[in-house]
Write a protein that binds this ligand. Structure first.
Ligand code: BGC
Length: 454
């Protein structure tokens, strides 16, 4: 079946139990970085520092959703998705990030309008509270390495919940803490661009505390569905050599278990071998493992590693043998079977502690033109989404509960350090004009949703 866009009747039957969504994130689509009283975040600092972003783009105007959200809502309604996962920009709400700052009414108005437009169009809003845009002033005092950041996050969440809590009932707290800690603080590939290697790991603890803090606040405001969006990757050793297996075990520990264990079991895996001590205080682990309604699961690809003796890290990422790749090249292999295997393993490992899974992101970039004169035929994206949805159905059929599926992304957008060079959208965006043109994958996803609802 791989490579075709048709589903078997059995797969469609299984998929009919899921809710469908599409996702974006504030910094990647909004543009308008200096409008509406918005403050500066670590991503403003990162993009303004020459050399950090591949094509020197700045995310402004990009898709310009700050001015074009009504068009986005129309596209979502046309898709027929049950939900839209978007993120709220912390610095539109608390521009300087500081304690006691009055929430910025213009920022709150913007999201309130978006939420009202979604509800009027029959699309439920699923808001993410932290998709990487930490206020710059908080980074200046240590960012996610500083426990105080958790309290500032709580104040921001309170402000958002006060305004939107009566209409938004589905929330994601934090997005991909592994990307923030490992790529942002350990390796410097993403904002804030720090290169602390294993010393970056306390930033994991503070992000997880921020999740628990937000979950508690949202519950007090009557939220129906709260979870974090955690990215995972099945780690594969390059060969059967012991060194490759040892390398895979270490990466699995810091990429996967370091997040899933505290959230689901209330404890960290053994980190002694890494020489890392988490800054844990009484009550922290209970807060972090606050039971959630869903486990948001972002999945793109497996990671193959080779053991390394003499580098700064004990592993190195290598291409996955015999796998096709996405626009990102050899380190973004396409292996939908690993999504299924990872989830089935999670079901076994965490048992009753694992709440229903929602695939909170899945998608792929492929080389596509900056300007399109006619709708793009993105057959490779359709095949990618198809094959991953088959893997999701196989996971469900194997007895692991999955309640939802979310495509990353609704729109082509600012792909962080890769600027506009990687396009993930169901909808093509001309970054000069903001013009939106649905691709074939948009029609394909719309038809899938219609057929499972029929
Ligand atoms: C992030 C998105 C990003 C996507 C593709 C995830 O890591 O949550 O913001 O654009 O994957 O790289």
């Amino acid at each position: 079946m791989a490579g075709t866009s048709e589903f078997s009747p059995q797969t469609l039957q299984t998929l009919s139990g899921l809710r469908f969504s599409a996702a974006t994130a504030a910094f990647q689509i909004e543009g308008a970085r200096t409008l509406g009283g918005r403050g500066r975040s670590i991503w403003d600092d990162f993009v303004d520092d020459p050399g950090n972003v591949l094509d020197s783009s700045t995310a402004d105007p990009g898709p310009d959703s700050y001015h074009r959200s009504a068009e986005d809502v129309e596209l979502l309604a046309g898709l027929g998705v049950d939900r839209y996962r978007f993120s709220i920009s912390w610095v539109r709400i608390i521009p300087d990030g500081k304690q006691g700052t009055k929430p910025n009414a213009v920022g709150l108005d913007y999201y309130e309008r978006l939420v009202d437009e979604l509800l009027a169009a029959g699309v439920r809003p699923e808001a993410t509270l932290y998709h990487w845009d930490l206020p710059s002033s908080l980074e200046a005092t240590g960012g996610w390495l500083n426990r105080d950041t958790v309290h500032r996050f709580g104040e921001y969440v309170e402000a958002v919940a006060n305004r939107l809590g009566d209409r938004v009932h589905h929330w994601y707290t934090i997005n991909e803490p592994a990307s923030t800690s490992l790529q942002g603080y350990a390796l410097g590939e993403l904002a804030p661009g720090r290169t602390m290697l294993f010393d970056a790991l306390p930033s994991v603890h503070h992000q997880l505390l921020a999740h628990g803090t937000a979950a508690t606040i949202l519950r007090e405001h009557g939220a129906q569905q709260v979870g974090a969006a955690i990215n995972h990757s099945l780690i594969l050793p390059e060969t059967d050599a012991e060194a490759d297996h040892a390398a895979a075990a270490i990466l699995d520990l810091i990429y996967n278990r370091l997040f899933a264990d505290p959230l689901l079991l209330g404890e960290y895996p053994d980190l002694d071998a890494l020489g890392v001590q988490m800054p844990i205080y009484d009550g922290d682990m209970e807060l972090i493992s606050t039971p959630c309604d869903v486990y948001g699961f972002n999945y793109y690809n497996p990671t193959t590693v080779r053991g390394v003796d003499d580098g700064p890290l004990p592993f190195e990422m290598v291409p996955t043998p015999q796998a096709a790749t996405t626009g990102f090249g050899p380190l973004w292999p396409i292996r939908p079977d690993t999504l299924r295997d990872f989830l089935i393993d999670m079901g076994t490992r965490y048992g009753v502690r694992l709440p229903p899974i929602v695939i909170s992101e899945n998608g792929a970039s492929f080389p596509e033109p900056e300007i399109c004169t006619e709708p793009i035929r993105d057959d490779e994206r359709i095949a990618y989404l198809h094959d991953h949805l088959v893997a999701v159905a196989e996971t469900v059929d194997a007895g692991v509960r999955v309640d939802g599926y979310t495509v990353w992304s609704l729109l082509d957008n600012f792909e962080w350090a890769h600027g506009y060079t990687q396009r993930f959208g169901l909808v093509h965006v001309n970054m000069e004009t903001g013009q939106r043109t649905p691709k074939s994958s948009y029609e394909w996803y719309r038809d899938l949703i219609a057929s499972v609802r029929a």
